[in-house]
Design a protein around this ligand. Structure first.
Ligand code: AMP
Length: 213
């Protein structure tokens, strides 16, 4: 069991979710993902309205709502890999206040590839497994290979909302990567390769950067 504190940065569709889940499993740390946490709380009433109102258009959910979710998750975890947060400078400043990171990894993928990946993505509504209409199609159309559930497109994976999410990333989240570029253990990894190759690169970084792994 390590107590590594890992931050995985990258645009929507870079593979952060897939890679974080594998890292969490392999390094025995907790996967903290604000996207999933917010999807599970979409209709939660807050003083800013519900997360759904922001997520459906690809906008960021207000910082106080997200910060609270992240703080609770970090407080409850020994080691963690954080995915989908921080998404702006204010969230990065908050994160720096509440914890210390051992390693920061940034996955780099071109905008053209992200558009293809996100708009073609389909998710099993029962077990959450990801498919892609072109790159990893299911054996039977619209049906999950693993559990037979129906495949759906995430509401925010429509072309229009994907464009908006990528714009938000470039304008608001790109500066977060610059913020962490001077971290003592910052690593940029080419995310445009197969999931297995990307995972191998991440593993190499973590094996040398995490205490006691
Ligand atoms: P994701 O699954 O990470 O692409 O996140 C889906 C949506 O959840 C985003 O488009 C935002 O609306 C919201 N969201 C996720 N993480 C954050 C965050 N750190 N700050 C604000 N909004 C977030």
């Amino acid at each position: 069991m390590t107590t590594g504190h890992v931050l995985l940065l990258g645009p929507p569709g870079a593979g952060k979710g897939t890679q974080s889940a594998r890292v969490a499993d392999s390094f025995d740390i907790v996967h903290i993902t604000t996207g999933d946490a917010l999807r599970a709380r979409k209709d939660m009433e807050t003083e800013f309205g519900t997360p759904r109102e922001y997520m459906e258009t690809g906008e960021l959910v207000p910082d106080p709502v997200v910060n609270e979710i992240v703080k609770a998750a970090i407080d409850a975890a020994d080691g963690f890999i954080l995915d989908g947060y921080p998404r702006n400078r204010e969230q990065a400043a908050y994160l720096d206040e509440i914890t210390e990171l051992d390693v920061v990894i940034s996955l780099e993928v071109s905008r053209e590839e992200l558009l293809l990946r996100l708009t073609g993505r389909r998710i099993c509504e029962d077990c959450g497994t990801n498919f892609h209409v072109e790159f990893t199609p299911p054996e039977t159309e619209d049906t999950c290979d693993d559990c037979g559930g129906g495949l759906v497109q995430r509401e925010d994976d429509s072309k229009e909302t994907v464009e908006e999410r990528l714009n938000v990333f470039e304008e608001t989240t790109r500066p977060v990567i610059e913020h962490y570029r001077s971290h003592k253990s910052f690593h940029e990894i080419d995310g445009e390769r197969s999931p297995a190759e990307v995972f191998e690169s991440i593993t190499t970084v973590l094996e040398s950067a995490l205490p006691g792994s």
